[in-house]
Design a protein around this ligand. Structure first.
Ligand code: FES
Length: 345
């Protein structure tokens, strides 16, 4: 027996999948090459939360309250990684179909340039090999890069370039002893072949419906740059956009020329840069969370995008929670510095 599940996406597109008896919707979706949002698949993170509009189903009892509260369950919210249908269902998925409809593609690309922006930051530029095309992505998403000569080892990097550009760029933190850092420092050369797997991730720019606050630490600026590129083209709907960009040392505040150029292209876009290291001459000091206050939180009517090392992301969340302001939407992504691995949070 199979059940027919209609997946209605945020952009209005609908995709039907067949779900076997006893099968979870998330598994059925993946079998049908639909990448629904997920991170843990264990009922822990809440990333797969959707809304069941019609149908009957069982959610079991293996998920935690943090992922789905009992009130939410009563209102019809579901975790697709736990949802086992017992009839045909209609499920509203709170992301655009473009984020879900296909399995991550693999694209062969070649290195165009490797530029050292500071002692610790490298900009890697790649383009698709002849006959291929770079993956379409939502600004903020990342790809897994296969490092040449390392037996298929992959690392995850967010696009810092605009969607649709012929050359994709990534900002890479030069981790001492790291595989990608060694490759970039010792061997990388134009023409090297890389494989891009993706795009991936649920950290991407949503439609601008209210003021936007972006908070970036270190190479967490990369996805913000891609988002700002899209805002420069599509506009902000008249809403202000503020970026707080921090690094330990001023030398690691990279791409400032580009951010200034984006400021000239985006009406209402402001930004500050801040350094957390001691004894630096940067005019603004402190961690990014030191610069999040009532003015930036706009009484809660704000979409907040946070990307950086885990402790930075958590510090920002703590500041927001302690402010007593419930922001309209909070999207975050953490980078594990040792691996430059992106984890949607
Ligand atoms: Fe984490 Fe479903 S994917 S709760």
């Amino acid at each position: 027996m199979t059940f027919r599940i209609a997946l209605n996406f945020e952009d209005g597109a609908t995709r039907f999948i067949d779900c076997n008896a006893g099968e979870k919707v998330l598994d059925a979706a993946y079998r049908n090459k639909v990448n629904l949002p997920m991170d843990c698949s264990d009922g822990v993170c809440g990333t797969c939360k959707c809304h069941a509009e019609q149908g009957s189903y069982d959610l079991g009892d293996e998920y935690i309250e943090d992922a789905l509260t009992s009130e939410e369950a009563e209102e019809g919210f579901v975790l697709t990684c736990q949802m086992v249908p017992s009839s045909d269902c209609v499920v509203s998925v709170p992301v655009p179909s473009t984020a879900c409809k296909l399995a991550p593609a693999s694209v062969e690309a070649q290195v165009v340039a490797v530029e050292r922006l500071s002692d610790n930051r490298v900009r890697l530029s790649v383009k698709a090999v002849e006959g291929a095309a770079l993956p379409t992505f939502l600004p903020g998403q990342y790809v897994n890069l296969t490092i040449p000569g390392l037996g298929g080892m992959i690392r995850s990097y967010s696009f810092s370039s605009a969607p649709g550009a012929d050359v994709a760029t990534f900002l890479i933190r030069n981790v001492e002893g790291g595989a990608m850092g060694r490759y970039l420092a010792e061997r990388a050369a134009p023409g090297d072949r890389l494989t891009l797997h993706g795009p991936l991730g649920s950290f991407y720019l949503r439609e601008a419906k209210r003021p936007i606050l972006m908070i970036a630490g270190g190479t967490g600026i990369a996805p913000m740059l891609a988002m700002l590129e899209l805002l420069a083209v599509q506009g902000t709907g008249g809403h202000p956009v503020h970026l707080i960009y921090g690094a330990h040392d001023a030398s690691d505040l990279v791409e400032l020329d580009r951010i200034e150029a984006l400021q000239a292209r985006i009406t209402g876009f402001t930004f500050i840069t801040t350094c957390s290291g001691e004894n630096n001459a940067h005019p603004v000091n402190g961690r990014v969370n030191d610069h999040v206050g009532a003015e930036q939180l706009q009484g809660g009517n704000v979409d907040v995008y946070v990307c950086g090392p885990p402790e930075m992301v958590e510090a920002v969340k703590t500041v927001i929670a302690e402010s007593g302001v419930s922001v309209a939407h909070l999207y975050s992504e953490k980078f594990l510095p040792a691996q430059s691995e992106a984890l949607a949070a």
